[in-house]
Design a protein around this ligand. Structure first.
Ligand code: FE2
Length: 245
């Protein structure tokens, strides 16, 4: 099976459309969304509607949690907090209700995979797994990790291999299933990349081989940035789409 993975869309419908088009072309069987459907961007309802239609599971990201009041907005800087409040006002009651029901994790034993928005060690804590030490903390839960754990949250592409009490940073395309190794993989952001590459990121897991295929794509970011300006959201949210920062 091919399992599509999207994350950190952040209300960017132009990027999300292109990501789904690529997943369609790859003939994926299902798509899992790792959360942060909303926040920062100008099209929250459109993104919720499309994800509801196309994803078999969606997780609760920290921005989604803040929008529904399940997380305090005091952790956010002013512009991000204003965007969360703006998003709350824009969302239809059906989409707000949908966000309320989203879980923190999703696991599928047949696929040998689990899905999280942030660090598996405490899914509701929204901790990052960016550096090797962040992954090292997961050695103590080796027996509970699936062979592959997919995460969003950092908006970066990262892969760590955990084996024999040690962690090695690797690349996403080097993820291979073995009996004793576990992998923690961040697949990047659809709608707001932050790895100095402004292209969106989307991927899929081939459950027959364990391979992760990552794809970067261009989209009409001018339109997204214009919509951000028109909505009165912080202009930097639009500018960073051109730099991937
Ligand atoms: Fe995010």
């Amino acid at each position: 099976m091919k399992i599509g993975i999207i994350s950190d869309i952040h209300s960017n419908i132009e990027a999300l459309d292109v990501a789904f088009k690529w997943l369609d072309d790859q003939k994926v069987d299902e798509v899992i969304c790792l959360g942060d459907v909303v926040g920062y961007g100008p099209s929250p309802n459109e993104c919720c509607d499309l994800i509801k239609k196309n994803c078999s599971a969606t997780l609760l990201g920290n921005h989604d949690a803040a929008v529904i009041g399940a997380m305090s907005t005091e952790f956010y800087y002013d512009a991000a907090r204003l965007a969360i409040q703006w998003t709350r006002r824009q969302l239809s009651s059906a989409n707000l209700e949908w966000l309320y029901k989203l879980p923190y994790t999703h696991r599928n034993s047949e696929w040998r995979a689990s899905f999280f928005h942030s660090a598996p060690i405490c899914p509701s804590g929204y901790f990052y797994v960016v550096f090797k030490d962040d992954a090292v903390a997961h050695l103590r839960m080796m027996d509970r990790l699936s062979d592959i754990s997919f995460l969003g949250h950092s908006h970066l592409v990262r892969a760590f291999r955990l084996k024999d009490g040690k962690v090695k940073e690797t690349t996403v395309d080097k993820v291979e299933w073995t009996d004793s190794a576990k992998h923690i993989v961040s697949t990047g952001s659809v709608g707001q990349p932050r790895d100095r590459d402004p292209r969106g990121a989307v991927s899929y897991l081939d459950t027959d081989t364990g391979a992760v295929i990552l794809h970067r794509f261009d989209y009409d970011r001018k339109t997204t940035a214009q919509k951000i300006a028109d909505a009165g959201l912080e202009s930097r949210f639009g500018e960073r789409l051109f730099t991937g920062s």
